[in-house]
Design a protein around this ligand. Structure first.
Ligand SMILES: [Zn+2]
Length: 151
């Protein structure tokens, strides 16, 4: 017997799959899904996953994110599955890479950094793509993406 929890199929749009449950709301926030009023958004939380045990996923109908937007997700996790759906078919699978610029998502770990002392957005640039190193634009402090804290 095959028992599956069905999440409605998407006709056109973007599927972000294999999101760790505890990262779901970071993904919502980073993609600014609350600002996609023209799209229907289906969120699945704590679904069964062969690969992960449990997972979350997000389906956004009739909305296609730019690579720059999707790359911001690499800060949260590098292992998402991103699919572009057209007419119920997967037409493209995307991989995400560290973006060149990360704005106002990651907190600077340096307590003396101006971004921790003034009400201003943080700004990081990727200094080493392969090692996952970000560098603060203001104080030059480096940080590994695995250690980031979110603003
Ligand atoms: Zn800094």
């Amino acid at each position: 017997m095959k028992k599956e929890l069905q999440v409605a199929a998407l006709d056109n749009g973007t599927v972000i799959d294999h999101i760790p449950n505890n990262k779901l709301f970071e993904v919502v926030r980073i993609l600014h899904l609350e600002k996609c009023p023209e799209s229907s958004i289906i969120v699945g939380f704590n679904l069964d996953s062969k690969k992960m045990g449990h997972k979350s996923l997000i389906k956004v109908r009739n909305h296609f994110f730019t690579d720059a937007e999707l790359n911001q997700l690499s800060i949260v996790s590098p292992n998402f599955t991103l699919c572009i759906i057209k007419n119920y078919e997967v037409v493209e699978k995307k991989t995400i890479e560290l973006p060149e610029v990360v704005k106002n998502i990651v907190k600077c770990p340096n307590p003396k950094c101006i971004t921790n002392n003034e009400p201003m957005p943080t700004l990081f640039t990727t200094s080493d793509q392969s090692k996952g190193i970000l560098q603060c634009h203001y104080c030059e402090k480096e940080i590994n993406v695995e250690d980031v804290k979110f603003t």
